[in-house]
Design a protein around this ligand. Structure first.
Ligand code: GLY
Length: 416
């Protein structure tokens, strides 16, 4: 099987690594890829918004399956372009991708299908939102409707902060058209969990769980980031909580997709808040693998990922028996100093030989000549598997010290 991955971050590097070791995969391509991915796949410098060139490339390379990593091209309908050209795609079309592309669309989906979610109101002006806010208590959650590169959820602690957020959205148009409409919703206290599921027309199959550490600093302090590390499985998700999620969220989501005629093919990533009574509330749907959840989940999968993806695309999920390694997987992200705010780029990266079994996934790197340099906020992810958490943490953190770049920043409490 010849597979083309779209994307160029740590998630795509982890997908590429699993596909590289899948016996069913004979040729692997990635657009645009990154310096890590280019060691294991053929890469090409085509922009992900050049649909015609992407389809022509896939046709010329006789690609059997396209795997779309990031949300933006899915929301813009890239999967439909490939399907119209007769090429199979692991990833939903534009219509189902609205579950991530519009927070209002997904909220209305949840409500329509009886899926527990926080109470909310929709606003399209600052004045209406200021008036409507009086019905909410603080902290409150304000979400811009459209895609905002993970920065579109704001949690003001008081009315003054909320007013500042609304000025940024409506007066300064900080989020552009993505902020033309907003959701204001009640803040649910509890712990967050994410469930990644394979979805075909008739089935929704959860993958092993992972816990994402979203804040920049130890102890869940600091600003929200794209994710500073993950551990799989998520030990907060006990079997009884998982059972409630299966009946209250997963079954209702699949039923909702069917009732609404939304054909979903690929991975649905469900972000949940488990409240004080361990009841799940859906925070959001994402229509792709999580980053850096994928870096901890896929190395635990024993199956041939190429076959798993093809079974999903061919609506044969019921034939699959997923098998998982018993060991935990831990991923720690090395970020640029200053991330998620402003940071320097193009800083040289030095890497000594790492211990056996330790994986490095490139997130934001580039080559300057033949020198590896930083090129993003999240730079590299270091992942390892192990049966004992303390030994595993020791292994990962020891190897983090073997990677050096100016301003290197990471959390020391991943897995705790
Ligand atoms: N780790 C969160 C995300 O991928 O959106």
């Amino acid at each position: 099987m010849r597979i083309l991955i779209l994307g160029g971050g740590g998630r795509e590097h982890a997908i590429a690594m699993s596909l590289r070791t899948s016996p069913s995969v004979s040729a692997l391509y990635c657009i645009p890829g990154n310096p890590g991915i280019s060691e294991i796949a053929t890469t090409a410098a085509i922009s992900l918004d050049e649909g015609d060139r992407l389809v022509a490339y896939a046709a010329a390379e006789k690609i059997d399956l396209v795997v779309v990593g990031p949300e933006q091209p899915l929301v813009e309908g890239i999967a439909d372009r490939f399907r119209a050209a007769g090429i199979k795609v692991f990833g939903p079309g534009k219509q189902a991708a609205r579950l991530e592309g519009s927070k209002i669309f997904s909220k209305e989906f949840m409500v329509r299908h009886g899926i527990a979610t926080a109470p909310y109101e929709i606003f399209s002006s600052k004045e209406a939102a200021l008036e409507g806010l009086k019905a909410f208590s603080f902290p409150v959650v304000i979400k811009v409707d459209g895609l905002a590169a993970g920065k579109g959820v704001l949690i003001p602690k008081n009315f003054k902060e909320a007013e500042e957020v609304l000025v940024q959205i409506f007066d300064e148009r900080k989020f552009g058209p993505a902020g033309e409409r907003i959701l204001v919703e009640a803040f649910v206290r509890g712990f967050e969990a994410s469930i990644l599921c394979l979805v075909d027309e008739n089935h929704l199959v959860p993958l092993e769980s992972a816990r994402d550490y979203k804040k920049a600093l130890d102890g869940d302090l600091g600003l929200n980031t794209g994710g500073m590390g993950t551990i799989s499985p998520n030990e907060l998700l006990t079997p009884s909580i998982t059972g409630v999620i299966a009946s209250e969220v997963l079954a209702k989501t699949l039923q909702g997709l069917k009732e609404d005629g939304l054909t979903f093919t690929g991975v649905l990533f469900i972000g949940l808040m488990m409240d004080e009574n361990h009841r799940p509330h859906v925070l959001e749907y994402n229509v792709r693998f999580g980053d850096p959840e994928t870096q901890s989940v896929l190395p635990r999968l024993k199956n041939d990922l190429g076959r798993v993806m093809m079974a999903t695309v061919d609506n044969r999920l019921e034939e699959l028996v997923l098998e998982w390694r018993e060991e935990m997987a831990l991923t720690v992200i090395l970020a640029s100093g200053g991330y998620p705010e402003a940071y320097d780029r193009h800083l040289p990266i030095e890497m000594d030989d790492l211990d056996e079994g330790v994986m490095v996934f490139h997130s934001g790197t580039a080559l300057k000549g033949d020198r590896l340099v930083t090129a993003g906020g999240r730079v590299l992810g270091v992942t390892a598997l192990g049966g004992d958490k303390e030994v595993l943490r020791g292994l990962v953190y020891r190897n983090l010290e073997k990677i050096r770049f100016e301003g290197k920043h990471f959390r020391r409490d991943i897995g705790l």
